[in-house]
Design a binder for this molecule. Structure first.
Ligand SMILES: *[C@@H]1O[C@H](CO)[C@@H](O)[C@H](O)[C@H]1NC(C)=O
Ligand SMILES: *[C@@H]1O[C@H](CO)[C@@H](O)[C@H](O)[C@H]1NC(C)=O
Ligand SMILES: *[C@@H]1O[C@H](CO)[C@@H](O)[C@H](O)[C@H]1NC(C)=O
Ligand SMILES: *[C@@H]1O[C@H](CO)[C@@H](O)[C@H](O)[C@H]1NC(C)=O
Length: 275
């Protein structure tokens, strides 16, 4: 089953981050880099399955004979309720928070919108489709309320076997090892980032750094890249408290296309929070 290796990082919903001006999809989508919650989620689904089998067997017995049900439906329901996954996950997270465990958290973008210099008045809408080329950039926006001081932006490409198993893929041409991340001015109303043309995109402020769109697993095997999150050219910035960040992802020497979807294993440009 994919999702058990530490190279696989998915997203889960975290309740405690800042919702933004009525944009529900920006209410904070995060995942711990540990396998802890994945394991507990798997354990919960095993429990759910066992309960479901038990409930089905009880129902079956009652159909076969006139004997009273082993559990009345309400009792089964009550038992199922105990096994709902989120309270257990929340408890796990509370323990992580209390014990002050530090691991990077991955935050799914609030918006991802294409802009195209070749068609400067064409308006694109925020969605999963990511297109980069010498004329196409993507404008990404995140809003977060972090208790951790440092964040960075990364390209997260899960291991090939995990992507294949999840029917995720990307197509690339050229050099994808130095994709540029530019800081942009964040507009007061982030909704304006949900539909944009090249001519209406926010202005560039400065180059924050570059990211390497290759398998995280392969990068882990390259000694020079160990700890790369903490040094240039990784785009890093302080993100304590209520923070808005809008960036342009640009690639002058590549073509890259994929869908960035809110599911495990992760594939795309991500904001990571460092402890
Ligand atoms: C950010 O979080 C802090 C502490 O959790 C809270 O006091 C503050 O109101 C939050 N800010 C926003 C904008 O949600
Ligand atoms: C990719 O581009 C970067 C930045 O221009 C450069 O440093 C690197 O050598 C290039 N890699 C390849 C394989 O061409
Ligand atoms: C990006 O630019 C804005 C506007 O100048 C600035 O307020 C913000 O601190 C910059 N962010 C980073 C991460 O450099
Ligand atoms: C990008 O990652 C590959 C491994 O996937 C590595 O060989 C290469 O040196 C990295 N390039 C940069 C610029 O970090």
């Amino acid at each position: 089953m994919p999702g058990t290796s530490s190279d696989t990082l998915g997203y889960t919903r975290l309740m405690s981050s800042a919702p933004e001006d009525g944009l529900e999809d920006e209410s904070g989508l995060k995942a711990p880099a540990t396998t802890h919650s994945l394991r507990s989620r798997m354990l919960v689904s095993v429990l759910m399955t066992l309960l479901a089998i038990y409930a089905a067997a009880a129902f079956h017995l009652s159909v076969l004979s006139d004997s009273p049900l082993l559990f009345r439906p309400r009792e089964i329901e009550a038992r199922l309720r105990m096994a709902l996954p989120s309270p257990n996950l929340d408890k796990g997270r509370d323990i992580m928070d209390k014990k002050n465990y530090k691991s990077p958290w991955m935050l799914f973008p609030g918006s991802m919108t294409r802009v195209n210099a070749a068609e400067p008045d064409m308006i694109y809408y925020s969605g999963a489709s990511v297109v980069l080329s010498p004329t196409d950039s993507m404008i990404y926006h995140w809003r977060l309320n972090s208790t951790w001081p440092m964040c960075y932006i990364t390209a997260w490409v899960s291991a090939a076997e995990d992507l294949i198993a999840a029917h995720k893929s990307y197509s690339s041409e050229g050099n994808v090892t130095a994709i540029e991340i530019w800081n942009l001015t964040s507009p007061d109303d982030s909704k304006t980032l949900k539909s944009m043309s090249w001519n209406t995109r926010p202005a560039r402020v400065s180059l924050l750094g570059t990211v390497n769109f290759t398998s995280v697993k392969t990068q882990r095997g390259v000694e020079d890249l160990i700890g790369q999150e903490l040094r240039a050219p990784t785009p890093r910035f302080g993100c304590l408290g209520d923070t808005k960040i809008t960036v342009e992802v640009a690639c002058t020497a590549c073509r890259l296309e994929f869908d960035q979807i809110f599911s495990t294993p992760a594939l795309g440009f991500e904001l990571m929070q460092l402890g």
